[in-house]
Design a protein around this ligand. Sequence first.
Ligand SMILES: [Zn+2]
Length: 448
Amino acid sequence: MRYLRDKIVIVTGAGLSAPANLPIQDKILKEMTEPPEENIIDSAMDKESVKFLSAYIQVAIYLLREYAADIDVKKIIERYKRINEIYRSNNRVLEIIDFIGTNYNFKAEEKDFNLIDVLSDTGKRFYLEPDEYCNELMLLREELREQLQKADIQICLEDIFTLFDKCITMKDNTADYTYPEIDNLQNAILRLFTFYFSNKVISHAYDKSDYLETIRYIGRHAGHIAVITTNWDILLEEYFRKNGIDFDYKFNSPYVIKSDGKLYPDADGSSSLRIPYIKIHGSINWFRCLKCGTLQICDAETCGKYLFDDSEEEKCIKCGQKAEGDAVQIKPEIITPTMMKLLNSQLYNNLWQNAAYELQQADKVVFCGYSLPLADYEFRYLLKQNIRSGTDIDVVLYHNDDPGRCTDDNMINFLPEKRYADLFPNSKCRFCYEGFGEYFAEENKRGK
Ligand SMILES: [Zn+2]
């Protein structure tokens, strides 16, 4: 009889979310150009959120300006500015009086014109109802969407995001944008990421056998298994929740709260069976207050709308600070791999330390849908430093990564298998190319 069971660590990457059609970072742009009838935005909300539309418009204008030289967006930019000016104008009385004077001839007697007509004409020019404002933005969004589709820009939003990260760290300006504008744009992109990701997560049916086998495997090994992921989405934790599997993000911090204001995690007796679930690049349901630094964890239903609900003020539950005007109060806590080394944050220090600890204990590491990309330089280093030599390593990928199925000899060295063999020369790597669903189903059947 064995008293100590082997410790297993599962490392997951983008490939794990692919069967759920989650918008992997580089697919977000495609989501942005989907026609409205198929667009998840429309099915997710009855009336479109002004906050969402503003984020969309800002990002779309940026993309067209920077990556589609043949499309002229000047008029759209002017219109967007004008709509905002009108909507936000509270102190334009003088301009309004001037307008009336010019258009309705001040010298005329009051009886010469109908005051109601004057006011209604003037109102049309100087005042936008919130609904009209939203409609104007929707029209603008649609126009930009068509232009984006036409421009067929082939850029990964994650690259742009990284570029902004760098500008912001260096407090740099780019040719067309000032530093504060870059900061705004980065926030708009972050918000679009959380929006598209969480909508897909909410609309997922949670009945896919691939995932059910995976969490069954994890559940069977509770107490001696941990999961580390580079993904931002919250698909796996939703499967955990719906199947009664207890997990812990392992923040090691007393400054994390849930959306009900209570501390995360709950203190109860089951903690030894709680699955450590360590998200080394952050998560779309984590939000940081820019005033007090508190991290807030949202559930799937609320996190996509959290930053886009016009009826609710953007407000920190802990310190009560509200966002003023267009200012950003709550920021999604997600980072790109390139930012890792520039960042010295307590949150990521704790998460990465916990990941290192789990890897040091591992007798077996299962990589799932993780291609060991070179861009994840810091994470590769962490793996290399902490996985003991001789540890069993299973690498679970799909057909398209299989060297045996690759017809182009030149491509073989660019497939993940080569990167794994190079990084772990002293471990026995076993490669499976039938997908993680197959892999875990097989392990579950064998009682492994
Ligand atoms: Zn706060």
